[in-house]
Ligand binder design. Sequence first.
Ligand SMILES: Nc1nc(=O)c2c([nH]1)NC[C@@H]1CN(c3ccc(C(=O)N[C@@H](CCC(=O)O)C(=O)O)cc3)CN21
Ligand SMILES: CC(C)C(=O)C(=O)O
Ligand SMILES: [Mg+2]
Length: 286
Amino acid sequence: MAQEQPAPYGSGIQSPEPAKKQRVRIPYLRKMKESGQKWAMLTAYDMYTAAIFEEADIPVLLVGDSASNNVFGNDSSLPVTVDELIPLVRAVSRSTHRPLIIADLPFGSYQASAKQCFKTAARFMKEGGAHAVKLEGGREMLPQVRKLVSSGIPVMAHIGFTPQAEHQLGGYRVQGRGGRAQDLLETASAFEEAGAFALLIEMIPETVATEITQSVSIPTVGIGAGRHCDAQVLVWQDMAGLRGGRLPRFVKQFANMRTLLRDAARDYMAEVEGGIFPAAEHCFEE
Ligand SMILES: Nc1nc(=O)c2c([nH]1)NC[C@@H]1CN(c3ccc(C(=O)N[C@@H](CCC(=O)O)C(=O)O)cc3)CN21
Ligand SMILES: CC(C)C(=O)C(=O)O
Ligand SMILES: [Mg+2]
């Protein structure tokens, strides 16, 4: 006899899971803004990290195109492809029940037209199991945002420093300084009007990010955008101290996983070389 399937999380019909496991959905994020409750977003690119961040109760996970650097070893966001990212999105969505999963649209997969954008976003939803997508850019992306929204695909717009445009922007530089703040404010309003469910704001002065946050009713998620955004995001390998070398100013390391993992690898190697591991307890009898 076929087993009965449990109701999907957030479906509103009786779920066998406790309320805590209800899927985070977009109206919840808006309510958090209204009540002044800040929230945290992290990137995730695989099963264990996604499951661990769910255990930690992180409400929103981003499968970033930063996988280009942090998974695939490229030196920028530009090379990563849709075909490379979809399996990572699928790994994250399969391994979690509660967080909202956002797929970052990679460079070249949405800029050409609203139609191209829709096709790419639909692949991330259908093949990856994403609940929403994120795209970078300014007002030239309004047709893309409108197309997704009218097709039922929630979209987060990423403004300020947009890494996919690093060559146009002249490097990894703070945006919105000098006379450019007004332009950012207008772009933010235009995205809200077009139906974006949230704004990601990267590397702009705190004062400008605060003004944007106060001027829109959708949540703002900051990275290097000061203390007053509605939410914050960091790349998990930065936050957990897996990454070495010089770090951007906006990063705080909450652990030192690089040392932890390196020491574990060294201890393992020493025990193998010294004939200590495996011990009897790790061996099978006949
Ligand atoms: N590991 C990782 N963390 C990230 O935050 C990240 C990625 N990868 N890959 C994609 C983009 C690239 N990002 C970056 C990369 C470098 C800087 C950086 O060098 N920032 C300088 C800016 C100096 C200035 O303009 O004053 C800094 O010191 O913060 C910032 C964001 C953010 N994203
Ligand atoms: C840094 C965040 C905002 C991002 O876009 C990514 O991880 O790709
Ligand atoms: Mg990105």
